[in-house]
Design a protein around this ligand. Structure first.
Ligand SMILES: NC(=O)c1ccc[n+]([C@@H]2O[C@H](COP(=O)([O-])OP(=O)(O)OC[C@H]3O[C@@H](n4cnc5c(N)ncnc54)[C@H](O)[C@@H]3O)[C@@H](O)[C@H]2O)c1
Length: 272
């Protein structure tokens, strides 16, 4: 049987075909899931167009995750459609320009707060808004996308701080939702070329660091490996896993230093 056969999933964060969430949506459908997407603001039209490229074009609901009325409307729509929800992908992040790029000390509090509300608090907001449906689901699962926040990165600034908060929110959700039969986990991804990544000045420096340090080859144009880990966490195969952060980064996080300069870089695998 397919890994996600008949599972009912809400997938946020599809903006382009390069979005990590697009790879999740595509693979989830291939694995038998029923999906609904959400779109945001001016990107909503693009998401609707991109949804038509999926194997079975899904509906797109409007969701600004910082707007409680939108969260309520999405929950109402899913209640009418399915009456329950087996999983949700949180693939949402945003930080204003002055919260990124190396001006960490100069970032105004409002910009840091926007980054936090959209990128970290929103995981709680989404989980709480959908909880009545998730409680009625089967081995229900919330999955969010992380960028390793145990260290400081060049340029990542208040998005890095927000990811540290996201990691903590994930643990508190695991604590509070576990007794209700709902799991919460994150996938900590290596750098993938997406619109969100493109808005981080210095993204290329990060990608370069992966070339020098990841023990396995890392393809910044292939979200497939990250998506497949999301599928696992969204499936019943991960029914005993919660509060976890799964690193899908070619092993970068486990290395303490770059490869010696005389050692050859690992051979890339062809994209799946
Ligand atoms: N690309 C990477 O290198 C990388 C690495 C690790 C983690 N991530 C995380 O993956 C997730 C998805 O990002 P992506 O890289 O696929 O980029 P993306 O630009 O394709 O997706 C980001 C999404 O966030 C949505 N969004 C922004 N503000 C929103 C709001 N207020 N309400 C609802 N949606 C909103 C956008 O519409 C967009 O769909 C993010 O959490 C990002 O931090 C990305």
């Amino acid at each position: 049987m397919a890994v996600l056969q008949d599972r009912r999933l809400l997938i946020t964060g599809v903006l382009t075909e390069g979005s990590i969430a697009y790879a999740v949506a595509q693979r989830a459908q291939e694995e038998g899931a029923q999906i609904v997407l959400t779109g945001f603001g001016r990107g909503m039209r693009i998401t609707t167009r991109i949804a038509n490229r999926l194997p079975d074009p899904p509906d797109v609901l409007e969701l600004d995750v910082t707007d409680p009325a939108h969260l309520e409307a999405v929950a109402t729509e899913l209640e009418q459609r399915w009456g329950a929800l087996d999983g949700v992908l949180h693939a949402i992040a945003f930080a204003p320009e002055d919260a990124l790029g190396g001006e960490f000390l100069a970032t105004p509090p409002e910009s840091a707060q926007t980054a936090f509300m959209t990128s970290a608090y929103s995981l709680k907001a989404l989980a709480a808004g959908l909880l009545p449906l998730l409680e009625k689901g089967d081995h229900s699962s919330i999955v969010g996308l992380d960028f390793d926040a145990t260290v400081a990165w060049p340029a990542y600034d208040w998005m890095g701080v927000s990811k540290a908060a996201l990691e903590s929110v994930n643990r508190y959700l695991a604590r509070d939702l576990g007794p209700k039969g709902v799991r919460s986990n994150l996938v900590s991804a290596g750098p993938i070329k997406t619109i969100a990544a493109g808005s981080i000045p210095g993204f290329e420096t990060l990608a370069q660091a992966w070339d020098n340090q990841a023990p396995m080859a890392w393809n910044t144009k292939d979200a497939g490996p990250v998506a497949d880990a999301c599928l696992f966490l969204l499936s019943g195969l991960a029914r005993g896993v919660t509060g976890e952060i799964v690193h899908v980064d070619g092993g970068y996080h486990a290395m303490g230093a770059p490869r010696p300069p005389d050692e050859p870089a690992p051979e890339p695998e062809p994209s799946a």
